[in-house]
Design a protein. Sequence first.
Length: 292
Amino acid sequence: MIEKGLNVSTGALADGCALCLMGHKMTLFITGLCPNKCYYCPVSASKMWTDKMYANERPVLCVEDAILEAEESGAVGTAVTGGEPLVVPKRVAEYVRALKERFGKSHHIHLYSGFPNMSERVARELYESGLDEIRFHIIAAPGVERSIEVASQYPWRVGVEIPALEGVDLRAEAEKAKSAGAQFMILDEYEVNEENSFAAAGLTLQGNNTAILSYPDKRILELMSELREIIPIHYCTVRSKYLIQYRNRLVSSFAAKRIGGELLDDGTVLRAEKGELIRFAPTYKNPVYERL
């Protein structure tokens, strides 16, 4: 499967991954505030270090904005991200609780965090709000293992997610994650953008994927074989995010909005407006890709 640039998994997908690939997850950017400065962080300068919220592309000022985006995008689950969500744990709990109340317990919600030394009070508050899954960036800061240990006291899913970069000792991180109580590990193929330090380093790679950092395919398969002996592991590629996850999210949004037009294979929509033929994405404000 990796020969096609798609994902590889050594076990059953975490629920958050499965729903994401189907395009059924809304991304809730809960804050741009963060105590860490991860060199691989891809968050845009317009969002990072400011206390702003977005649901997919929609600015969020209140819980009702997030609920509206979930309805209009056809989401059956939510991924809470940032910044660092655990900087604002009460806000996270408020939004998780509201989404669960509106869409029911089956609305799966997972959260990404690199927060060190999470308190038992915060873990309990998040668990009682209805949060289903936490994924920790174990390499974000010293003390994240302690957060995993605390979170693992509750019967939700706890895992780790980190970029698959050659400078990271993946085996050591897998062993630390397992020892702390993590139940699964996600490795991400990584993309260079203008926000992370890879761009500043002037990295260029051979082939068409000049903005993608990854191990060679053969080495990834070798690593997966080694790491599966420690912890269930999933490798997520950039290609799968664009060709599968994002395309499926557009299709879900098109179906939920019931808007007019012809749905194309890539998830965009073709429609005649005011004498023009336009191709747009069925997302917040229907951004136009091109005029034909």
